[in-house]
Design a protein around this ligand. Structure first.
Ligand code: F6P
Length: 343
């Protein structure tokens, strides 16, 4: 019988995690479960840094960005005796199960940990929105609004100065955020990781617009996009995290240099960076968080461990964690085709 559960957030934070945390607590309380917050992702579970969540803890947090739990990119399988320490702390804090709120890495870790007898369920949370079988991951919709608003703002100054504006958007190896944000913001060119780009195509759009009297151009580039001839990822820092991912960022500057070299047109780069993950969540995103939070607790109540709560084709349901982690979520190629006529 379940008496006590833990919640952790791993990987990059995003708005609306707190709405999910509150929903988890309230639903768990309805079942009579105690809820422990695990600080800073897997790091807290390894170090035994947990605290009890009470009604007071969650009061009003649904509207706050970030995560009251803290987060980290700690990979428990890269920490010496990480799995043993997690098992010890599960016992010490009498946790019957863990809910993990995060992307592929965090949920991939609980997937592997289930093989060691640790019970858990996952919740998709990443502004990248790249988790298979879920229409939405917590945080995506809020980030989409930020990206759209920023592109709107860049339009006015691009137009005044007759400039080429490059907007670099997060999303790691997936183009969901860049594609949707780019279309919503009226970008003239959208470059995504799924489709390696050719500089000639970009220049053609710029020149076509010039010929029609539209002397500015907005180019949205996903941080994971790259020219067809480049192997690997473009990264100005080259840093690698504990899950083996290179820290992306910098492709916008590479493109700007090439465009200036080829055309001589004034070009500016805006890297949206962590602004996309900060601040308040949208109402829609909070609802996503609340629905997934409640579903995760229900899964625990039904003994359905090793599952991920998802919203698939608009329906709140669950899929095996293993399946959600293994599969890729394809970018909407119909929308990508539409993006090519939107300039
Ligand atoms: O996965 C979310 C994300 O925001 C990615 O889009 C981005 O590449 C990465 O996290 C940035 O990570 P960090 O916050 O560790 O720099």
């Amino acid at each position: 019988m379940i008496k006590k559960i833990g919640i952790l957030t791993g990987g990059g934070d995003s708005p609306a995690i707190n709405a999910a945390t509150k929903a988890i607590f309230l639903k768990a309380s309805q079942y009579g479960y105690k809820v422990m917050g695990i600080k800073d992702g897997w790091e807290g579970m390894i170090e035994g840094n947990l605290f009890e969540i009470t009604r007071e803890t969650v009061s009003g947090i649904h509207a706050e960005g970030g995560t009251i739990l803290g987060t980290s990119r700690t990979n428990p399988f890269k920490v010496e005796n990480g799995v043993e320490k997690i098992k010890e702390n599960m016992e010490k804090f009498e946790l019957d199960a863990i809910i993990t709120i995060g992307g592929d890495d965090t949920n991939g870790a609980i997937t592997r940990l289930t093989q060691y007898g640790i019970k858990g369920v996952g919740i998709p949370q990443t502004i990248d929105n790249d988790i298979a079988h879920s229409d939405y991951a917590i945080g995506y919709e809020s980030a989409l609004e930020v990206v759209t608003d920023c592109i709107d703002r860049l339009h006015t100054t691009a137009c005044s100065h007759h400039r080429i504006m490059i907007v670099e958007v997060m999303g790691r190896y997936a183009g969901h955020l860049a594609l949707n944000g780019g279309i919503a913001g009226g970008a003239d060119v959208i470059l995504i990781p799924e489709v390696p780009f050719d500089y000639d195509d970009i220049i053609n759009v710029i020149e076509e617009r010039k010929a029609e009297g539209r002397e500015f151009c907005i180019i949205v580039v996903a941080e994971g996009a790259k020219p067809a001839e480049v192997e690997g990822q473009v990264s100005s820092s080259g840093e690698i995290d504990s899950f083996g991912h290179v820290r992306l960022g910098g492709v916008g500057n590479v493109i700007a240099k090439e465009i200036e070299k080829r055309t001589g047109y004034g070009t500016r780069v805006t890297i949206l960076g962590h602004l996309q993950r900060g601040g308040k969540s949208t109402g829609f995103d909070r609802i996503v968080g609340i629905k997934l939070g409640v579903k995760a607790v229900e899964l625990i109540h039904e003994g359905k461990f090793g599952e991920m709560a998802v919203i698939e084709n608009g329906i709140v349901t669950s899929v095996p964690l293993e399946q959600a982690i293994k599969e890729e979520k394809p970018v909407d190629m119909e929308l990508y085709e539409i993006s090519k006529i939107m300039h």
